[in-house]
Design a protein around this ligand. Sequence first.
Ligand code: PLP
Length: 489
Amino acid sequence: MTGEQFKDAATSCAADIEQYFASLPSRPVLPSVSPGYLRKILPDAAPEHGEAWSDIERDIERAIMPGITHWQSPKFAAFFPASTTYPSMLGEFFSSAISSPAFNWQCSPVITELETVVLDWMANMLALPQTFLSKGQGGGVIQLSASDTIVTVMVAARERYIRRQLEREGVTDSDAIEDRSCEIRSRLVAVGSEQSHSSTKKAAIVAGTRHRSITTHRSNEYAMTGEDLRQKIEELHAKGLHPYYLTVTLGTTNTCAVDDFDSIATVAKDFPDIWIHCDAAYAGSALILPEYQHFSRQMAFVDSFNMNMHKWMLVNFDASLLYVQKRRDLTDTLSITPAYLRNQFSDSGLVTDYRDWQIPLGRRFRSLKVWFVIRTLGVRGLQAQIQHGIDLGNLFADLIRSRNDLFSIVAEPRFALTVFTVNPLRKHPPQLENNASNGTDPRPYQDSHVAMDPATNDQEIEEANEITKAVYETIDQEKEVFLTSTALG
Ligand code: PLP
């Protein structure tokens, strides 16, 4: 493809993409294809000779679109938002043109420097404690996904624990360090709550350590508490095991629960060798709004924090931000410098080499799209966008409440997520107490419903789970809207 042909193709693609967004409301949100559909419509082998762009472009609608679940569709209410925007797409466009796997500063200084600047901007926009900024001992880095950030910090946590223990024991001989490290590692346990995202469990598999969950309770809105944590730590110690890492969550995947940071922080003071990571993959975006920034201030006790701009913050996948209070906690574990990676700039200690903050060597120029999005919307525009999501979530919850003959809210709307069940069949529909008849309340149902009664017994929950699943599956088959179901104990 020549430069001239590229210009024509890119112009045509831009028009296709604009048209795609315009057509989204009228497209079914879910595809109707059967497994293996694509193999049937594509040739068995790669083309012998190159094809014209116009032929390739035609296959977007013919072969690709039928297999797309439209995450950008207004009918998509499943999983979490994975929003994209035009400025974000333009960032990807330039980034792919530059295509520099900038693992160190020298590879493309601006790729490192822009990342540091926009991550500091974001830390301030989210009102994180100043210790997470690059001007001190902390800083941020953009990684692929929240799962990546969790594996990265868990491995760093494991090695930090081992380093400290070796130091306490005065082990210095290199063979002895290796042997003793293996022994220590075999007793280590990563801990999360039952509601932590599965990435914590997966990270423990990768880190090669045990994993234990802390039970959460409906009566406590599924939040982990300091008391639960202390009990788990003591139980593990009694078995000769050593907790070295903990995930706390701001906005759990099931119900957007927020762990009880204050009580956890108090317990954490007694166990300074445990690395505490806050996973705010989805709900972290809400910290851009002042009324949520009391959570940001609570982050002073965590070693690291992640949020995904690619969920709710209008940057297309992938852009997961990881912040640490002490960057050396990462680099002490992840920095290995063979001769071919040495250079005068890295040796000077004056530059950041983000390869030492992550597991892979190469990295994408992700900060460009983040920069484009922040500049195009501004802080105010991003705040308005998040507020709009929260307002829609509250409206949705009000609509659910207005039909309390059919539905019960399991977890009140938080960060735009409402979790509800279809009422068990044998449960008598609750009576509307304050209905519209007196005409004084524009939301007549407002006081007529309480969230699922905490006294609801296990059998009722089981029934509610089952009927909810059946209703969910029917909705799913109709493909008109796409929701996500879950099961709670
Ligand atoms: N953490 C939480 C709280 C999540 O809700 C999710 C995804 O839904 C993840 C982690 C995983 O995110 P990623 O796909 O970026 O690994």
